[in-house]
Design a protein around this ligand. Structure first.
Ligand code: GLC
Ligand code: CA
Length: 527
C-alpha cells in the first residue's frame, strides 16, 4: 500500500487553454498537450521528468468560470478537442509513463447544464430536488450565506418563485447531495472517465458538497482565518455551508467507486476550518490526498513553512500522505509572491527544493519550472470575473511572436513577458528549467526523498528550515536558508547532491558547521 504510484509521483498541473494551441485558434487544446509530452517526460534527462498531469476542467462549459461551470460532464469542450483527442492524450501519455488526472467539479454545475434547465423549468419537475431550492420572499434571501465570489449565495428565480443556492457565481448552482439520485449521477461521471483511462481526479471544492440540513445562518467571523482578501470580504465563519460532518459519507462513496478500479486516486481541493479538519478528509476510505493551502499562503518565513509541515506530520492519520503545492490557477504565481524583499530567482529555487524535498507528493503548476512570473493583464484583456488571469496566461515556449504557444495573432489571454521561455532555458545548464530537471532526477534516484520518513532539525537558525529524509539504506539532508544573510548550519557528512547557489563547489562535506549563502538550498546525500 505504501508503494502506490501517486505517493511517489511528481504531478504537473496544466491549464488546458493555456498550454499549447495546435490549430492556431489562439486557445490551447488537448492535441497541443500531446505535442509537448516529450518536454514533460521522454524518459531522458532532457525532459522535466514528471509522472502525472492534472488537467483543469476540459468539459463543455459556457466559461463563466472558465470550465468550473460544467454543462456536460461526459464530453470535451469543442475548443479543447473531443473524446478522441482525450483518448489520444491518455494513450500518448501512457507510452511515456505519464498518468492523467482530471478535474471533477461535483459541487455545482453550469446553469446551462440540462439538469439545471430541467430543475428550473417548474417546481414539480422530477429534477427539481437535484439543486437546492428554497421558498421565501424575493426581498429576503433564505439565510446569510455569502458566495465565495462575493454577495449573497442565493439567487431569486423569478419564473418559479424560489431561491436557489450558489456558493460561487449565480451561473454555478449547487447540486443537492442529500438527494441519492445526484450522488448516483456523480458516481456515473466518475466511472465515465476512469473507464476511458483517467488515473483519477482532482476534486473541486469537495468540502462543500454537503450543506447544513437546517440552513442555519453562519456566525460572524471572530478572526481572519486565511489572511486573504476574500476572507476579509466574506466576514463570516463558514460553519454551515461547507466542511460539514456529513460530507465525509459522500467522499467515502466516491472513494468506493475509485477503488473499483484498483490503482486510481483522488486529491481534494479542501478548505477546512483548520488542519485538524483537513486530516479528517485523509482518513482511510476517504481522499488519498488533499492540498494544504495554508502552506501555499505562508509568507517567506522558514518558521511558517516549518510549522505547517510539523503540524501535518503530527496530525495526519497513520498511513496517509501529505501533498504540497505552491501555485495553481487561483493564486498569483509563487515566484511573484516571493519577490517582495528578496531575490525572486533564488527564492523560487529554494521553494522548489522544499517542495520536492518534503515527505509527500509534489504538485507543480505549468510554467513554474521556467520561473514564469505572474503576468500583468491589461484591463481590456481580462477574462476572469474575479481577477485570476495573471496566473493563467499562455505557456512561454519561446520568444517568437505567439511565444511558441500559438500561431494566432490573438491568444485567448495575452502572453506574459516571453524573455522567460523554454527554448532559451533548454540548453542552459544554469537555467531554472535545468535546475528543476536536476532536482526531479535527484528526487527520483533517492529512496529517502521519494518515500523516506522526515525528521525536522530543531537546532537550525530561525530563518532556516532543515530536515532529514530517511529510508532503508538511503538518507538525505535538505537545508534551506530563507534568510538574506549567510547562516551556519549543522550538516551531516556526505556528498552535495544539489545546491541552488551556482558558486557552491560540488563534492564531499564533513559533518560540522556549514555556511549557507542567502536563500541557498542544499541537498546532502548522507554517507
Ligand atoms: C475552485 C477552483 C476555482 C473555481 C472554484 C469554483 O476553487 O479551483 O478555479 O473558480 O472552485 O468551481
Ligand atoms: Ca486551439
Amino acid at each position: 500500500m505504501a508503494d502506490e504510484w501517486w505517493r511517489r509521483a511528481v504531478f504537473y498541473q496544466i491549464y488546458p487553454r493555456s498550454f499549447a494551441d495546435s490549430n492556431g485558434d489562439g486557445i490551447g487544446d488537448l492535441d497541443g498537450i500531446v505535442e509537448h509530452l516529450d518536454y514533460l517526460n521522454d524518459g531522458t534527462d532532457r525532459s522535466l521528468g514528471i509522472d502525472a498531469i492534472w488537467l483543469s476542467p476540459i468539459n463543455p462549459s459556457p466559461l463563466k468560470d472558465w470550465g468550473y461551470d460544467v454543462s456536460d460532464y461526459c464530453d470535451v469542450h469543442p475548443e479543447l478537442g473531443d473524446l478522441a483527442a482525450f483518448d489520444r492524450l491518455v494513450g500518448e501519455a501512457r507510452r511515456r509513463g505519464i498518468r492523467i488526472i482530471l478535474d471533477l467539479v461535483p459541487n455545482h454545475t453550469s446553469d446551462q447544464h440540462p439538469w439545471f434547465l430541467e430543475s428550473s423549468s417548474c417546481r414539480s419537475n422530477p429534477r427539481r430536488d437535484w439543486y437546492i431550492w428554497k421558498a421565501g420572499s424575493p426581498d429576503r434571501p433564505p439565510n446569510n450565506w455569502v458566495s465565495m465570489f462575493g454577495g449573497s449565495a442565493w439567487k431569486w428565480h423569478e419564473p418559479t418563485g424560489e431561491w436557489y443556492l450558489h456558493l460561487f457565481l449565480p451561473e454555478q448552482p449547487d447540486l443537492n447531495y442529500r438527494n441519492p439520485e445526484v450522488v448516483a449521477a456523480m458516481h456515473d461521471v466518475l466511472r465515465f472517465w476512469l473507464d476511458r483511462g483517467a488515473a483519477g481526479y482532482r476534486v473541486d471544492v469537495i468540502h462543500g458538497l454537503m450543506k447544513d440540513a437546517e440552513f442555519r445562518d453562519n456566525p460572524p467571523l471572530e478572526r481572519v482565518e486565511w489572511g486573504s482578501q476574500t476572507d476579509v470580504e466574506l466576514k463570516q465563519r463558514h460553519l454551515y455551508d461547507v466542511d460539514l460532518p456529513e460530507v465525509h459519507e459522500i467522499i467515502r462513496g466516491f472513494r468506493r467507486v475509485i477503488d473499483e478500479y484498483g490503482d486510481r486516486m483522488m486529491v481534494g481541493e479542501v478548505w477546512p476550518r483548520d488542519n485538524q479538519s483537513l486530516a479528517m478528509y485523509l482518513r482511510p476510505g476517504e481522499l488519498q490526498q488533499a492540498f494544504n493551502f495554508r502552506f501555499l499562503f505562508c509568507p517567506w518565513k522558514a518558521s511558517r513553512f516549518r510549522a505547517q509541515v510539523e503540524e501535518m506530520e503530527r496530525i495526519l492519520p497513520a498511513g496517509s500522505w501529505p501533498t504540497w503545492t505552491l501555485s495553481n490557477h487561483d493564486f498569483p504565481r509563487h515566484i511573484t509572491r516571493y519577490a517582495q524583499g528578496g531575490d525572486a530567482q533564488a527564492r523560487a529555487r529554494l521553494a522548489a527544493v522544499m517542495l520536492l524535498g518534503l515527505r509527500g507528493t509534489s504538485f507543480l503548476y505549468y510554467g513554474e519550472e521556467i520561473g514564469m512570473p505572474n503576468a500583468e493583464v491589461a484591463r481590456e484583456h481580462r477574462r476572469d470575473r474575479v481577477g485570476r488571469d495573471g496566473c493563467r496566461t499562455p505557456m512561454q515556449w519561446s520568444n517568437e511572436p505567439g511565444g511558441g504557444f500559438t500561431r494566432s495573432q490573438r491568444p485567448w489571454l495575452p502572453l506574459g513577458d516571453c524573455a522567460v521561455n523554454v527554448a532559451d532555458q533548454m540548453n542552459d545548464p544554469h537555467s531554472m528549467l535545468s535546475f528543476y530537471r536536476r532536482l526531479i532526477r535527484i528526487r527520483r534516484a533517492s529512496p529517502a526523498l521519494v518515500s523516506g520518513a522526515i525528521r525536522i532539525a530543531d537546532d537550525a537558525p530561525d530563518d532556516c528550515f532543515v530536515f532529514v529524509r530517511e529510508a532503508a539504506g538511503s538518507r538525505a539532508m535538505v537545508m534551506l536558508n530563507f534568510g538574506e544573510e549567510r547562516r551556519e548550519i549543522r550538516a551531516a557528512s556526505g556528498r552535495i547532491a544539489l545546491s541552488s547557489d551556482p558558486a557552491r563547489e560540488p563534492g564531499a562535506v564533513k559533518s560540522g558547521m556549514l555556511a549557507l549563502s542567502p536563500n541557498e538550498a542544499l541537498i546532502i546525500e548522507i554517507a
